[in-house]
Structures are given as C-alpha cells and as structure tokens.
Write a protein that binds this ligand. Sequence first.
Ligand code: GLN
Length: 531
Amino acid sequence: MAKYVFVTGGVVSSLGKGITASSLGRLLKSRNLKVTMMKLDPYLNVDPGTMNPYQHGEVFVTVDGAETDLDLGHYERFLDQNMTRDNNCTAGQIYDAIITKERKGEFLGKTVQVIPHVTGEIKNRIRKVAEGYDVAIVEVGGTVGDIESLPFLEAIRQIRLDVGRDNVIYVHVTLVPYIKASEELKTKPTQHSVGKLREIGIEPDILVCRTEKELSRELKAKLGLFCSVPVEAVIEALDVKSIYEVPLMFQRQGLEEQILMLLRLRSYHRNMADWRDLVERLNSPQAHVNLAVAGKYVEVRDAYKSISEALLHGAIANHVKAEVQFVDVDSASLEEQLSSAQGVLIPGGFGSRGIEGKINAVRIARTKKIPFLGICLGMQCAVIEAARNLAGLKKANSTEFDKKTLYPVISLLEEQKNVKNFGGTMRLGIYQCQLKKGSRAASVYGKLAIMERHRHRFELNNKYRQKLARAGLFVVGEYKKGHLAEIVERKDHPFFIGVQFHPEFQSRPLRPHPLFRGFVEAALKKTLGEK
Ligand code: GLN
C-alpha cells in the first residue's frame, strides 16, 4: 500500500509549494522508492486549458493530452518521470463528475453533500493515483484558510483516518517574514496558519519555512514549540539561486530522513550524485549566451515556465549560462533587441495580438542569421513569414487570424471546422513524428522517429508545401498517419527550425531536450564566430 505525503501552504501564495513538493519527490526517489505526485487545484475550471496565462501561468501538457497546472511540469522535471491526466485534479472535475452521477440517478435518492460525496470523490482519485507506488506526494493548491480548498483539506484529513497514522504525513509550507525595521524574523504568521490547519483537524508533521534569513536554532525551537513539531522537523527554505538547489538544501537538513522515519519506511539506498553534478554544472558555466524569447506575455515569467527551464537545460548541456530576455514583440525597439541576441525563440500562443510582431521577429532572425527556434505558433509564424516575404503570397496568414485570407498557409483541418467547444478540443498530447534523413532536425535529434507533445488547433496547409519549399522552408518532420507537417527548417541559415509541437514539455534537467541543446549550441557558435 502507498504512503502519502500531503503538502499544504500557508500565509501567502507563491511560496514555492510546487518546488518543495517536487524536491521531496526527488529526494525520496533517490532513496529507490517508487514515487508519484499529484496536484489538487481548488478552482472550478475543469482544467486550466481555457485560463489566461496572465492569471494562471503556463498550461502544462501531459503525454496523454491533458492540459494541466504548471506544477506538473516541475514534478516531471524533478522526478524525471511522466505525469498523466490523473495527476492533476481540479474542483471543477470533482463537481462535474458528481453532478453527472447525480443526473444519472446514481445516488439513489440520497442528498448529495460535500461530506461524504465530494470528499469521497477526491479520496478515490488520490487513491487511484497512489496505486502501485511506495509514496504519493499530493500538493493541495491554494492557501490554508481559503474557502475553496476546504473540501480538499477535509479529504486529506480523512485519508489519515482511513489508512492509518503511519501511512500519512502532512508537510506545511509557510513564510517566516523578516521585518527590516526591527531586524527580526517573525513566527506569528506560521503559528496562525498552523492554527487554521488544526481547526480543520490537520496537525502538520513537518514545517518548511520560506525565509530570506537563516533561522536560528532558537527560532526553530520556538516554531516547533508553538506548532507542535520537533525542532528537526522545522526545515528552513532559504531563497536559493536556482530551484534545482532546493532538494540538496533539504537533504542537508535531513528532511528525507524525517519523512522516512515518520512513514516507517526503510531505505539504505541513496543516490543524489547526478543531481549534485547537475547543480555543480549549473553553478560553474564556462560562458554566457544571450537568448531572446519574443512573445506577448513577457511580464509574466510563469507563462513560459517550461520554455525557460528547457533553455536552462539546453545551456547546462553546453556548459554555459543562458541569459534569457523576454522581449515584447510589439516593442518599437524589437529589431534592436533581437539583433543583440545570439538566439531568438518564438513560443506558442493563441489569438491575434502580437502576431504581426512575431512574424516580424521571424524576419529579423532569418535575415540576420540569428539562430531561430519557433515553437507551435512560433513555427506557424515562420511559415507565414516565408509565404509573405519569400514566396510572394501577399498577406498570407493563418485562418486563426484572418478567416478570409487569400493564402491560408496555416488552417484548420476539415474535420475540425465544426468544433464549437473551447475546452480540450485541440490536437493534444503525444504524436509520433518522422524526420527526414539528412535534415538538421534529424542530426539534432540523432534519430529519425520522435514523439512530441502537442497543443494546437491549426496546421500547416499541405497545399502550400511546395511553394514554401521553393522559398527555402522545408517540411522535414511529419506525422505520417495524418500527413501533418510537424517540423520546418531552412538550409540557408545557421539554425532555423520551427516545430508544431512543444518540445519544452519533455526537457528534463538530467536529460536536456535535443532541440534546446542544439539551439543553445548554435547560439554559442554565433557568439564565438563574432568574437
Ligand atoms: N494558436 C495556434 C493553434 O491553435 C498555436 C497554438 C500554440 O502555439 N500552442 O494552432
């Protein structure tokens, strides 16, 4: 039977609960335990697929095509393990399932209530995910005290009752703020937050305290005393340079030993060598590259989380540090900003805002021979750019932005034209792609058959393949079954690749994605060439 580690958050949001949970996952995995992770999201959207990245950050896509919370990206990267749609559960899904059952009459005339029906549905889903694993780490979204998270907290409280004390622990992530004026770290917010948890019957076993300053032994003892946890279980989470240092920081404080002890788990195996090596390489770059990500959500870093991480992985693989600039494509100084970059990446996106700027960004990267990686919408922009500026197809466009364009170089497939619903109606999840022998893409990947994740509605219009090829933009990757173009590239350029899929979702710190490795390598060559 699986053991459970529930991770809750208190005081404020954005404390890095996801990174904390992922780090625990890594540490337990390094002990040879079979670990899985799950995120419970208290909002009523069925999934974050329809949410604005400004509000919610990136939508992470799993192999089985679920649009999920970005924390699943952290889970995959830290555990080096694929998640599925079951690993993210929202209140929207829970209520959706319950109301559907109720309409079918499956409750046999009973009154349907939060306890036991909603909590029961939540518990079932958690148990299902945990099946077959030694440990399931389950992160509850939101902050303790929110109305929305109550059913989830109640469910995780009940699980301890169901499966026994030794099989469940609660880790509470809180903030210990530093008050400058009095030069003091304050424990009160943590005390209050733990008090709130206790009110609903949960006593945390471990406190992870986010702090700017080191916590003294006395302060840890005080926190422990007020919150009823032994001082060894008060873990300090100092701000660190890179999220990948967090597992090591926890390990130094004996966090995983605490967890193993509390869960009555035994493991003599321990292997964090690869992770330590990763952090070492991260901290000792031999050079720098300047990369530009040209998009529209440039103020919200979380909107491009996986891309930032994948660039970082690509840089580590090249023993360099990537200085990533997020450039607004509508900025007047776009040309100037991109020209000073060694690589230009155009990420995915939806909607027409910023589209002309992105097409312009492609032109700049193409004409100035700056290494270019176009992802999803970025690839579509590369196609539009080539069509307009090289193939003479004036005002060519994607039908997403101009329904009546004379040259719909990017368009919907016939069978998609009648789809009305917005949620979950795209080409989603993993598809196989066959690469052309001798192409740059094939040399970057080092093989001819790859699997990549998708999240888009529109496709390269096959009618224009030849015209595009004459303009120097070749389809070199294809989903054979659907005859769909997956990769385009130019031969008259040091590195110019556009991909219809999202390689960023598959990049891992310990296994950087070949496209990002190749992109950074090309960027690096540009720097060296210029010197
Ligand atoms: N908006 C484009 C489409 O739906 C691209 C989507 C994306 O970049 N993820 O095809």
